[in-house]
Ligand binder design. Structure first.
Ligand code: ADP
Ligand code: MG
Ligand code: MG
Length: 208
């Protein structure tokens, strides 16, 4: 495993451990506006990704991310499995043959989020994970344009995601299970925007 591949594997392992530690919290958020399974979905999915990492030696970042995506699609039902699965699949696909640079990772993140939109059709303000991803992508690009390295750009993205996550609280959900609640979904933080922020905070810690 090359240096870059090992770093991305570390990201997935660190994400798995963070999602495990936050599983009860994510499920509590989902119990207010969903079906109380977001924490267990993410924990199960990322535990399966770690199991794959333990038994496979990956030669490249794109292979690693694509396999993580396929694992999430196959192990996690509901909305978040296909959405995060597609994110990692497209992130990996975008990095195939590319050198890992702040710019190429930015393109990969953008492609991954494009996959989330293609699947879920969310728009900004629908109270979904996209409300964390959208400002994160903008902040990432601004940081790279300002000369930031990968760690700096990811830290900016994570910080913006956290603000986007917080901003989901007053919103009325227009996508996913929470939308069934209509106005009653307001006043609760979106679980998916919360897990997205955890993934980006983990990336900022591990992909330096
Ligand atoms: P389920 O709702 O099927 O039980 P989860 O609880 O694991 O799945 O995930 C719920 C999260 O998925 C929501 O908090 C929201 O962020 C995200 N989500 C749901 N539908 C969409 C969508 N169409 N586009 C983007 N994100 C979505
Ligand atoms: Mg749920
Ligand atoms: Mg569910």
């Amino acid at each position: 495993m090359g240096d870059e591949t090992a770093k991305f594997a570390n990201w997935l392992r660190d994400s798995a451990s963070t999602l495990h530690d936050n599983a009860a919290y994510l499920t509590e958020l989902d119990s207010a506006i969903g079906d109380a399974d977001h924490g267990s979905n993410m924990d199960r999915g990322f535990a399966a990704v770690v199991a794959v990492l333990d038994e496979t030696s990956f030669e490249s970042v794109d292979e690693l991310l694509k396999k993580a995506g396929m694992t999430l699609v196959s192990k996690v039902g509901g909305a978040s499995g296909p959405l995060y699965g597609t994110f990692f699949l497209r992130f990996g696909t975008a990095l195939a043959g590319a050198e890992i640079t702040p710019a190429s990772v930015g393109e990969g993140l953008k492609a991954g989020v494009g996959g989330i939109l293609a699947r879920g059709k969310a728009e900004l303000g629908d109270k979904t994970m996209y409300d964390a991803w959208a400002p994160a992508l903008d902040a990432y690009d601004d940081a790279v344009a300002g000369g930031a390295d990968l760690a700096g750009a990811l830290a900016a993205a994570a910080e913006a995601a956290a603000k986007g996550r917080d901003a989901t609280t007053p919103l009325v959900a227009r996508k996913g299970r929470a939308s069934y609640l209509g106005e009653r979904s307001a006043g609760h933080q979106d679980p998916g925007a919360t897990s997205t922020t955890l993934l980006l905070e983990s990336a900022a810690r591990t992909l330096a």
